[in-house]
Design a protein around this ligand. Sequence first.
Ligand code: SF4
Length: 286
Amino acid sequence: MMDHILVCPFNEKLLSRLKQRAVVINTKDFNIIRYINKELDNSNKLHAIRVQTDKPLSEIHFHEEWGKIPLAVYSPEFGEFKNLLHQLNLIRKLNIRIFLSSQHEFNFTGLRILSSLQIACGLYFNEEPHNWDSINDLMHYAIYTKTTHAPIEPFHWVAINYQPSEYTDYSFVYFNNPTQYLHLNDQEQIALTAEDLAKGNFIDQGIKSLDSIHKNKKYIHAENVRYEIMLQMNDCSFCQAFRICLAKFSSLKNKNQTCKIFFSDFLNAADFALSKRNKGNQLWQL
Ligand code: SF4
């Protein structure tokens, strides 16, 4: 059984207890990226550094010294393109994915610009999305566009991982699927997702308990919750796109006008991407 990748803050005492484990480090401070990488060099396996900032993307000062450090930068908005222009060559050299919030309308254009400039990027949902048409347009661009462009998440992840007979959970993109990631705070309290950690919904506490987490009742329940939803008689259990949405927007009131339309198109796009992937295996046609 694979060890989980642990998502945690940069806390040297905590990290000294996580030796040899793979980690994603959460920080808000760009100035400590190199220091984090140096400190983790020999002890933990650095999966990524996730930087959540309040700054618009165009106001972030990128550094050549970040080199190949795996970075996921979460910014609320794209900002002014003219302010970003002089940094584009540098960003392209970095080992980075840039995520922008779904709350700002211009971010949808910003993500297209980044992608067309060969910068890997993605959309993140921090509140209930209100602009489903824009999300849908971006998804269409990400999956159907033939011109060369960098991946846009979570659409690209679904396009390459979707299997019709299985559930496809794009939360992996956000380090949030408990089959692969668990979240820890400074007190070694363990949660299934970043949201659970923020809300204090812990499943256990202590590094030692990580070794037996697969026997933890709350952990097992989380693995089975999607099957329980399917047994409930509600919008999500009857939704054809459940297998790629997994009821992520179940609290929305008007699902027929919002998430259902988008995820139904997303499912078609995932099928399209799958058929493209499978084409290589097909016998030539007479
Ligand atoms: S698309 Fe909407 S209705 Fe369908 S599973 Fe997701 S949240 Fe539920």
